[in-house]
Design a protein around this ligand. Sequence first.
Ligand SMILES: [Zn+2]
Length: 595
Amino acid sequence: MVLEGLWSKNDFKLYMEPIKEIKEKLDIVDVVKDYIQLFPAGKNFKAICPFHKEKTPSFIISPDRQTWHCFGSCNEGGDVISFVMKYENLEFYEALKMLAERAGVELKSISPSGQKEFGILYDINLAALEFYRDQLLPHQEARVYLEERGIKKETIDDFEIGFAPTDKDALILYLVNRGYEIQDVERAGLCFKTERGTYMDRFRGRLMFPLYNTFGKVVGFSGRVLPQYDDGKSGKYVNSPETLIFNKSKTLYGFHKSKSYIKELKQVLFVEGQMDFLMLYQDGVKNVIATSGTALTNYHLEILKKVCDTAIFAFDSDEAGLSAIERAIDMAHTMDLNVKSFTLEDAKDPAEYIVKNPGQIDRLIRHNSLSAFDFYYRRLIEKNDSDNLKTKLRSFLSKILHIASPIERSSWVKKIAEKVGMAEKTIYEEMEMFKGVKKVNVADNKNLENKGNDLNSSMEQIKSRVQRIAMDIFILIMIDRQNVGLVNDYRNYFPQPFDDLLDFIVEDKKPTESSEADNIFSYLEMQASLKNDQIDQEKIPVEISFLLKELKREYLKDRKQELLSEIKKSEQDNNPDKIGELLKEFDEIVKLIDN
Ligand SMILES: [Zn+2]
C-alpha cells in the first residue's frame, strides 16, 4: 500500500477497516474521472494534471496499483484518498467521510487495536478537559485572571478553557475513579512518574487551554501558570508532551474553529500564543492561528498553504518577536506564500492592545501590515546603528535577492544606497557575494511555475530546497559547534558544497579564500553571528534534528525525481522490464519518505 505525503500512518492505523473497505468498493479511475477528463494509455489512463499548469498530459492513473502520479513538475502522487484531499482541499478525515458515503461504507468505528492504542488517549484527554472545565467555576482567582486579561465568558465556553487545581494528583484520582488505567493516563501525557515512583499530575495551578486537532478533538493541553502559583521552577507555559495523538509541530491552536474563516479570506493571521489568539477571535478577527509551545515549523506552513495564500505574522514587538517574524518570513518565502508582518507600536502584543482598544485592531491590521521587504528594510536598514551596519546591510541584500522583479529589486538598491550614502554600484558588487547561494530563491520557484512541467528545472527546485535546509542546519551548527556530531548519520544527504564544508567545520578550518565554498562559508558565518543572540541555545539540538529529518526527506524526494525521469525515458524506449525495476525502487523510496 502506498501511503503518500498527505496522510499519515496514524490516520491509517485508526481507520484501517474503513479505508480497506472503501478501497475495495471504489475504483480510483471512477472517482478521478468525475473530476478530470481521462484518456486511455495502454493499461493506464492519462490526464492533464489538475495540480499544475500543463499542455500535454503527464498525470497517470494506474488501475492495477490504484494510484495516481504526476510525472510533470508537481511530481506528486498517492491513492484515491489523497487525490480527493488534494483536489477538494480537505483534511484526511473529511475526504474519508466523503468517499465512505460514496462507497456506502459506514465510518462508525476505528479499529479495535486502534481504539486500544490511540482511541483511549482521545477519551482520556476529553475526560481531562471536562474535569478542568468544571474546576474553573469554583476557582475565583482563575476566573478573575481571565477577566482581567479581557477574556469573555462566551470565549471561555467556546474554547473550553479550564483550570488545573494545585493538588498533586487531583486529575489522576478523577480519571482512575472513572476507570482509566494510570499507565494510559501517563501515555496521554497528563501525569508522570516521580523519582520516588509515585504518579503526579503534569498540570497544577494552571489555566488550561485544550489543544485540538483539525477535527476538533482534544489531543493535549497548554497550561499557563497563575501568577500566584508561579514558583519560578517550571515555565510560564507547560504543554502536553508529544503522544501518539499529539504532534506539537503539526498542531495549530484554534485551527478547528478558524479554518473556515482562513479559507474564506485566503489569508491567515499568525500569532504567538493562546491569549493573543483568543482576544483576536473574540474581537472579530477570526482568520487567526497560534502555534503553541513551539516555534513555527514547515508543517504548520504546509497545512496553511492548503487553505490560504497570504500569511500575516503578528508577533510581539520586542526583539525576540521581530526576529521570530524574520525567521517566519524566511520560511514562508521558501513555501511561496505571500508574507506580511504586523507589529504594534503602543502595545506589547495584540491581546494587550485589544483590551485597551476593543474593535479597532481589524482595521489596523488591514492598514498597517508591511510587505516582507518593507519589514526587512525597517528592521535592518531604517533604524540602523552604524555599529553593525555592514552585517545588517548584507543580511538585507541576501533577502532582496529573493525578489523576482529586477525593477523592484533595483528600486530597493537605490533606496538603500541613498539611505546609507553608498554608490549603487557598490551595493550591487556587495550583492555579487551571494551568487553562490543565489539559486535558493523564490524568484526561481516562481519562474518554475511558468515553465510548466520542465523536468530539469524542477530538479533545480528540489536541489534548492535541500540546499536551503542544509544552509539552515549549518547556521545552527555555527552558532554552537558542539552540535556538529548530530549530523553524523545524515552526512550522505548533504548536497555540495555543504558536504565539503562539513569537513571544515569538523576540523575547525576555513575554506581557501575566494572559492565558492568560501563565499558560502562567509555568508553562513554572517548569518550565524546575526542570529546568535536571537536563538535559544538549548533548543538548537532539537531544531537541528528536525531539520536533518527534513533534509533526508527532501533528499529522498530528489532521488525519487531522478527515478521518475528514468521511468519516463524507459517509457519512451518502450522497455517494460526496466520500468518494472525502476517502479520497484520507486516504491522503496516512497516507503522511506513515509518513515
Ligand atoms: Zn502535476
